[in-house]
Design a protein around this ligand. Sequence first.
Ligand SMILES: [Zn+2]
Length: 72
Amino acid sequence: MDFSLGDIVQMKKSHPCGSNEWKVLRTGMDFRMQCQGCNHQVMLPRKKFEKSVKKIIQKGSIEEQSNLYDEL
Ligand SMILES: [Zn+2]
């Protein structure tokens, strides 16, 4: 799976707050994501993140925008 900033992903396990939807805030070696239920943020290694994700609910577009800025 290919992840980009702003993606909304569904995790296999739900957060204690009851939500299992997270927004990707940072990609790379480590991923930072934000719970869409309680806004709690966590960082976890890419491998662990990929294992925990069930599916991408909504694709984000922040990464494409930042790539555009890099070219300018
Ligand atoms: Zn939560």
